[in-house]
Every structure is written in structure tokens, then in C-alpha cells.
Design a protein around this ligand. Structure first.
Ligand code: NA7
Length: 528
């Protein structure tokens, strides 16, 4: 299921292993998350040279990246190129959304039903349904009454939407909002940003790659990929993640003098404010860094009230670090207003705009950049009935987002999930992580078929131990602090059980464990 980054490679891999395979894709084309998130400014926060498939030297040599960090249109084009290059489309059914799937224990097979009214039977199903593929629609009173245009960043119209001269409101200041806001501000007549939580965001230059540099990079692919493979986050070059890792080896802010702290922001601005070794493990140190960050923001944003409102109140690190192009400078523009929802939340959406507790904002367009039901959202919306007729949604509602190794859920034999909760996924370069998953799943299905096994299923005990292990990894960090609310721990979705959902010991350690499990006969799984 799915023809995004994961599904495309899974299809190719299974084909290479000589296994009969069909991909079902809800959309009309390939690309998954990178097909739908076409909003202005959409861009990856990892370098293109690393945020791309490593499994085929032909593909990496034939494709030319134009920028250091790829923008959405280029990633969409890349995935179309890969689909054509590997002739994948003939085994993809587009416009076909899986709505339900049921496991039949006697036949050891899944039956999948789709919104096209078809049924498919498969011995094995791989869910490549994405970790950020289900948008979170906020539940704000009056949303439907708005007479202007309501746009969602996660399903942006392919032909775009004219914003020139319009009064535009943006709700949401996560990675998406922070990318979108500077671009919309340049086009709109007036932009009002509705901010519930301020973001920690670090300025970052994105540059074009000229042909000489690209040729050099291509020649260095063997070394680049080798370094990536050994790197905990699967990205050895500069990225949002490497910034975090660099911080870990810096001196502590708690023993830095005031002069040291000021020097840090003199030299490196907001980046310098956060560059301390203790802020991940010590909430007090984290708060000191956040205060220094506020000083650095106030040096960029001219209006003191706006500058103060842009200082986050959650610990740095507990939401994904954001990198931006000109975010804070945007608030110095005459046509941009910040509505700080910490001072008064949105009360309702009216036919003519947004009413907060403080005032009414007249708008022609509202843009929702309000995030995703991450990690488990897609599979929770399919009626996935396992061995005992229990659905995956029921399991996750009752036990929280759980799985064994981020690959399988007990009670759901022969269903493999690319990047389930408890996988490296969102704590790493997703592409590096998914390549490992796809290869392990492919090899495992090959092993089951060759050995005459009909089913493979995770045990409850193994699942419990795995989730205890993944949870214990984040316990000593600010990620476990009660004030840390993000999509990584489900706090952004009302009613979702709170648990940090990514495995944080890094891809090499994760790969070692997965390989060891395969080599020793798959302990923690029952093969029958
Ligand atoms: P995020 O990071 O979940 O951000 C969503 C933003 O929307 C965040 O600022 C939310 O505030 C805000 N939000 C959500 N609902 C509301 C309502 N009802 N009212 C006001 N504000 C709201 O999603 P993104 O799409 O930006 O990024 C997701 C990932 O994609 C990112 O981490 C990268 O990995 C790529 P809150 O913080 O909940 O107070």
C-alpha cells in the first residue's frame, strides 16, 4: 500500500526478489507525502544528496539535483523519474484507496477492499502508508462558515492559489508554517500569522548546485553513502539533525559566563543561543538557552512585542528543529502581523475571518498548516482486522502506538509496516531509514517463501519489551518532559495515547539489531 518513497522502493525490491507484487495507491500519481504537500516554500530539511535513494548507483548518477536542499517540485519530479526509470507504474494501481483489510487465518492471507469496489488477496501486505500522510483537521468552531478560500498545506491545489493582494491568515507555525510564511508574505496584501506555539527555527542558506559541484558530489557518492550508513541519523552532512548532534558535544550553558553566552549570539545569532551540551538533558539549562534565544530573536525582530511573542515556551528539542529562510525577518515587513494565541486563543472562524479572544481579523484566505496525525494516522483510518478480528486502531487506542521493532504489530501476521511506531523513522533521515526497512522486509518475505512458512507474527512479549526499550532511550532527555508536546509523542492529536514514537539510538544500531534477529531465526516473531 502506497507509492511514495517507501512503496516505490518496496515494489522494486520485491520484484527483484522474484516475488509477485502489486502496489495500491490512493493518489493519481507517485510521491505520497511529497505529492500532496505542494504548498509554497515546501522543502526538505536534509541535503538532496542524502535525502535520496542510495540503492541504485544508476539512479544517483543519472539524476541531477539543482539545490543543496530540495524543494517539493524537485522531489516530486525525482520520484516520477525513479518510477519511470524502474518501470514501476505497470504494477501500481492508482486512484485505488484501501479501505479495509482482513486476515484469514485458515488461508494465511489478507483480503483488501478498496474504494473502487475491488478486492485483492495477498499472502503478505507491506504498509508503506507514510508517517505524515494524514492531515490533522483542526476543530475550530465556524470553519465551514468562512466565505473566503480555505486552503490546507497538506493538499495544496496543484495549480496553486492566487494570493496577490489578498488578506491571508495562516494557522500553524510548525515546519510547514515556518516554510510557508516568508513566501506568502512576499505575495499577499497582508498576512496574519496565528501562532499557538512559537517555533525554534534556525536560519539556513539553501544554494544552487552548479554542474562542477554536482559532478564532484556524484563522484564522491561511494564515500557519501558510506558515511551516511554509519551515521546515527543517516545524514552525515549538515542537516537539522546534525545541528542537534553537534550540540551534544558543546560545553554546558550552565557553566558559561554571561560573556560567553553573549559571544555565542554575537557570533552565531539564534543558532549560537542553542549550541550547548546540556540542554538536551537538563530542563533548567534548556530554559536558559531559550531565554538567550529570545535575546537573539529580539536582535532581528524590530517590534519588541512581536519579538517577545516569538519566543517559544516549550523546551528546545522536543519538537523537530526547524530550519528556515528568512522567517524572523518576515515579521519586520509592514504587511505582516503576528496574532499571539497565547494571549487569547481563536474563538471562532466567521464568514469574514478569524475571531480571537482579542479581536476579529478580516481575511480573504485562511491557510491551515496544522500538522498531521503522525505515525499511526494512515493505518488507523483503514479497517485493518487481524487474527482475532481486532482492528489496529483498537490496539493502538488501547495500548498506545506500539509495535515490535517498528515493523510488525502482534495479532497482525504477515503485515509489515514501513516505519511503524518504535522505528528510527522521524528521528532520522527518513529515506536512509526506509531503505533499511524495505531491504529487511524484502529479505524476510523471501526467507518465509523459501522456507515454506505461511505466517510470521510478532509476539506480545517482544513488542512490550521493544516499546519499553524505545521509551527508556528518551527518558533521560527533555523529550520526556511533561511540557514537551509534539506530533512525535502524539500530544498534537486529542485523545491519542502519549508516547514518544521514534527509536532514538540511531540507524546503525537499529540495523545491527534487525540483522541479528534475522540471523538468529527471528526471535520475538513466530514463524509458522
Ligand atoms: P506541526 O509541526 O505539528 O505543526 C502544526 C502547527 O499547527 C503547530 O504550530 C500547532 O500548534 C498548530 N496548530 C494545530 N492546530 C491548531 C489550532 N487548532 N489552532 C492553532 N494552531 C494550531 O506540523 P507541520 O506540518 O508544521 O510539520 C510536521 C512535520 O513535517 C515536521 O516536523 C517535519 O518533519 C515535516 P501547537 O504546536 O500544537 O501549539
Amino acid at each position: 500500500m502506497g507509492a511514495g518513497f517507501s512503496g516505490l522502493y518496496m515494489l522494486h525490491r520485491l520484484r527483484e526478489l522474484g516475488i509477485s507484487v502489486l502496489a495500491l495507491e490512493a493518489a493519481e500519481g507517485v510521491g505520497g507525502t511529497w505529492l500532496f504537500n505542494r504548498y509554497p516554500g515546501a522543502r526538505c530539511d536534509i541535503e538532496s544528496i542524502e535525502y535520496s535513494y542510495s540503492f541504485s548507483d544508476e539512479i544517483q548518477q543519472e539524476w541531477d539535483w539543482s539545490e543543496t536542499m530540495p524543494a517539493q517540485p524537485e522531489i516530486e519530479a525525482y520520484l516520477n523519474f525513479v518510477a519511470d526509470r524502474l518501470d514501476l507504474r505497470r504494477d501500481i494501481r492508482f486512484n485505488t484507496r484501501v479501505t479495509a483489510m482482513t486476515f484469514d487465518a485458515d488461508d494465511a492471507a489478507w483480503t483488501l477492499s478498496t474504494d473502487t469496489g475491488e478486492r485483492f488477496v495477498a499472502s503478505f501486505v507491506v504498509a508503506a502508508t507514510g508517517i505524515l500522510s494524514v492531515p490533522l483537521e483542526p476543530d475550530i468552531p465556524g470553519m465551514d462558515s468562512f466565505d473566503g478560500a480555505s486552503l490546507y498545506t497538506s493538499c495544496w491545489p496543484e495549480s496553486g492559489h492566487p494570493l496577490a493582494g489578498k488578506r491571508v491568515g495562516v494557522i500553524g507555525t510548525g515546519s510547514t508554517g515556518v516554510q510557508l510564511i516568508p513566501v506568502v508574505a512576499r505575495e499577499a496584501g497582508h498576512l496574519t500569522v496565528f501562532q499557538r506555539s512559537a517555533a525554534f527555527t534556525l536560519p539556513w542558506d539553501v544554494r544552487s548546485l552548479d554542474s562542477a559541484e554536482l559532478a564532484e558530489l556524484k563522484a564522491a557518492y561511494p564515500e557519501i553513502r558510506a558515511a551516511q550508513r554509519e551515521h546515527p541519523v543517516g545524514a552525515a552532512r549538515l542537516s537539522a539533525f546534525s545541528l542537534l548532534l553537534d550540540m551534544l558535544v558543546q560545553p554546558p550553558i550552565k557553566s558559561a559566563s554571561r560573556e560567553d553566552q553573549l559571544r555565542a549570539i554575537d557570533e552565531r545569532g539564534v543558532m549560537g543561543a542553542l549550541n550547548w551540551g546540556d540542554i538536551f538533558f537538563d530542563i533548567e539549562a534548556n530554559r536558559m538557552a531559550a531565554a538567550l534565544y529570545g535575546e537573539a530573536v529580539a536582535r532581528i525582530v524590530k517590534d519588541p512585542d512581536t519579538a517577545a511573542a516569538l519566543v517559544p515556551s516549550h523546551p528546545f528539542g522536543c519538537k523537530r528543529p526547524i530550519i528556515d529562510q528568512g522567517y524572523y525577518e518576515t515579521y519586520n515587513r509592514d504587511n505582516v502581523t503576528l496574532a499571539d494565541l497565547r494571549r487569547g486563543p481563536i474563538r471562532e472562524i466567521t464568514p469574514t475571518g478569524i475571531a480571537t479572544e482579542q479581536r476579529h481579523h478580516d481575511l480573504d484566505v485562511i491557510i491551515y498548516a496544522t500538522g498531521f496525525d503522525a505515525m499511526i494516522g494512515a493505518l488507523s483510518r483503514i479497517d485493518v482486522k487481524g487474527r482475532d478480528g481486532r482492528t489496529l486502531r483498537e490496539v493502538w487506542d488501547a495500548e498506545g502506538p506500539t509495535s515490535y521493532l517498528g515493523l510488525q504489530v502482534a495479532g497482525f501476521p504477515n503485515l509489515f509496516i514501513v516505519q511503524a511506531p518504535g522505528s528510527p523513522s522521524a528521528a532520522t533521515n527518513f529515506i536512509a531509514a526506509l531503505e533499511q526497512h524495505v531491504e529487511w522486509i524484502g529479505d524476510t518475505i523471501g526467507h518465509l517463501l523459501a522456507g515454506g512458512y505461511r505466517t510470521m507474527e510478532a509476539t506480545l512479549d517482544a513488542q512490550r519489551e521493544w516499546i519499553e526499550h524505545t521509551t527508556s532511550l528518551v527518558e533521560p532527555t527533555v523529550l520526556a518532559h511533561p511540557s514537551c508536546n509534539s506530533w512525535y509523542n502524539g500530544a498534537n492529536v486529542p485523545g491519542k495515547k502519549r508516547r514518544y514514537m521514534a527509536y532514538t539510538a540511531g540507524i546503525p544500531e537499529y540495523r545491527r539489531r534487525c540483522d541479528e534477529i534475522a540471523a538468529s531465526g527471528y526471535p520475538g516473531f513466530v514463524l509458522a
